[in-house]
Ligand binder design. Structure first.
Ligand SMILES: [Zn+2]
Length: 254
């Protein structure tokens, strides 16, 4: 494969890789945003479920305590009645102590109920807020799902098309050259650079004059001594040396 053809293939490959980079970045950004919304929705559902369970538990406990209070009032009534029938002061003292004990327990239970009611009301308020958020997000995701799915599908197709185009260009290149291209691309983001008047187009370093003269003769591809990108010479008009150029002006100049 002639040098000019190699440069031409490398340039096409670099152009495809640049497009692929933009496409893939956009695709992954879109996916991330959409997946983020979906997982936030799942999280909201989870939080709702937990809050609802805990409200139910609080209400069950509250019901149990109310039941206890009823039993206690029956006991209090019995003690009161006992107090009206006592025959000695000692007995009266004992029943009064029992009554006081019962009343204290009763009050403690009442405070517990108040606390539980407050907590349950707070949790219900939070459930309302979370439910509103969930409904809003759910509508948004539902509305967008089809549109986003088809947009992502189209973008993925575009990427697949570009990748096929890329594979065809890769096939044109000598294996060793492609390996070098990939190695530099993975490290630097882009893999090729050119020089017109002695500086590297990617890292701007001034090339050693002898090295530049060798490049100018276009005998072989080199690598920039600073950034390692595959380096080639380009004519002043900014266009790369193409096969037809090479036929008009064989290497070595006109
Ligand atoms: Zn360079």
């Amino acid at each position: 494969m002639k040098l000019e053809a190699q440069i031409d293939a490398l340039e096409r490959l670099a152009a495809i890789d640049a497009e692929l980079g933009v496409l893939e970045e956009q695709l992954s950004k879109d996916r991330t945003v959409f997946d983020g919304k979906k997982s936030h929705l799942v999280e909201l559902e989870g939080r709702l479920g937990t809050s609802e369970t805990s409200v139910k538990e609080m209400e069950r406990t509250r019901g149990e305590i109310i039941q206890e209070l009823r039993q206690m009032s029956v006991q209090i009534d019995k003690s009161r009645e006992k107090l009206s029938r006592v025959r000695s002061e000692r007995e009266a003292n004992a029943v009064t102590r029992e009554l006081e004990e019962l009343r204290k327990l009763y009050r403690d239970r009442e405070i517990e109920i108040e606390k539980l009611t407050g907590l349950a009301d707070q949790a219900k308020g939070e459930i309302e807020t979370t439910r509103a958020q969930r409904d809003e997000l759910s509508a948004e995701v539902g509305d967008n799902e089809d549109a986003v799915t088809s947009r992502l599908g189209a973008a993925a197709e575009l990427v697949a098309g570009k990748q096929a185009e890329r594979a065809a260009v890769v096939n044109e290149l000598p294996v060793v050259l492609y390996r070098r291209y990939e190695m530099v691309r993975k490290r630097r983001g882009t893999a090729i650079a050119f020089t017109v008047e002695g500086t590297c187009s990617a890292c701007n370093i001034m090339l050693p004059p002898m090295f530049f003269q060798t490049l100018k003769r276009q005998e072989e591809l080199s690598q920039c001594p600073s950034c390692n990108r595959i380096l080639y010479f380009r004519r002043n008009n900014g266009e790369s040396v193409t096969v037809s150029d090479a036929q008009d002006t064989p290497s070595g100049g006109p």
